[in-house]
Design a protein around this ligand. Sequence first.
Ligand SMILES: C[S@@+](CC[C@H](N)C(=O)[O-])C[C@H]1O[C@@H](n2cnc3c(N)ncnc32)[C@H](O)[C@@H]1O
Length: 260
Amino acid sequence: MNSVARRFSRAALTYDQGAGLHRHVGARLLEILPDPEEVGRGRILEVGCGTGVLTGLIRQRYSDASLCVMDVAEGMVSCVRERWGHDLAMDYVVSDVRDFKTARPFDLIVSSSALHWAEPLGKTMATLQAALVPGGGLYAALMVDGTLAELHGLRRQIAPGKTPVGRLPTRDEVISAVEQAGFCLVSRKAETIQARYHSADDFFDTIHAQGLTAGPVSRAASPLSRTELTQLRKAYEETCRDPSGGVKATFEVLYFAARS
Ligand SMILES: C[S@@+](CC[C@H](N)C(=O)[O-])C[C@H]1O[C@@H](n2cnc3c(N)ncnc32)[C@H](O)[C@@H]1O
């Protein structure tokens, strides 16, 4: 199990408490998904299902279709299986999307707030293309460069020698990976979300409890020291205050629809 999978597995029980942002993104993604009649009794794959924030919405909307939920974190898949285990139209798969293969391609693939974890995106998009029937749809929302810009900026000031080894893809990099994998882009939409937290401590605790501090976007060659972490929390509290109270954090989201 890789470190992202481990981190998200551990976060499965605490993820939902701070998932307001992910609920919002899932609901916006639902708005651009195809009509249920178009999907009918087809097969849907959800990539990076997490605790099932989007899963419930998909199940409600596409009640005639079958749904396979997949996540690299076993703890997340167990969580969804516990909630929907009685639903005979559902399947559960623990897999890294980059290694996913299927003998029975899907009519529709959906993914909310997950694909940015699966770099390189080119490989991920090629895998998803191979998992779709010809003309099948890929609908996704993912976080792009600029997300948590306040945090990354302060971190660069406080620990300039400890910048994370990775970064989120830009919008253009996502679109180019989608098109290079052979998809035809149908629509794209960007959204900047300013999330609010009670305090810097609440912000750090929430993103940690959700597993969002995993992976190369957060990890530097050497970790921040206790003192640097304390400085970061203090600086965040002072410089990222929201006029209506608490602190704010920016999330840049790209929504897109594409056909294979
Ligand atoms: C921020 S959560 C989003 C979960 C859910 N879709 C939601 O909207 O709340 C990201 C999810 O993507 C999963 N994930 C990360 N990398 C993945 C990969 N390479 N393959 C499959 N799932 C992955 C994580 O385990 C986690 O459950």
